[in-house]
Design a protein around this ligand. Structure first.
Ligand SMILES: [Zn+2]
Length: 63
């Protein structure tokens, strides 16, 4: 599994913290919030993540 970051991100599909993917973003007019989920939770629901969180200390990690 990918290394977890310490920043808490709730999963939209389950009560566990530390979601490691973003599955949805709201339009700016709707608040622009990003909706997070675990990769496994998204996969179970057939949702393709928009982007994944990578280890922030990894060199050359794209942002
Ligand atoms: Zn989850």
């Amino acid at each position: 599994m990918a290394t977890r970051t310490r920043r808490p991100r709730p999963c939209t599909y389950c009560p566990e913290p530390d979601a490691d993917a973003c599955v949805r973003t709201l339009r700016n007019e709707a608040g622009g919030a990003h909706i997070y989920a675990h990769q496994v939770c998204a996969a179970e629901r057939g949702v393709t993540p928009l982007y994944l969180f990578v280890e922030e200390s990894a060199p050359g990690a794209p942002r």
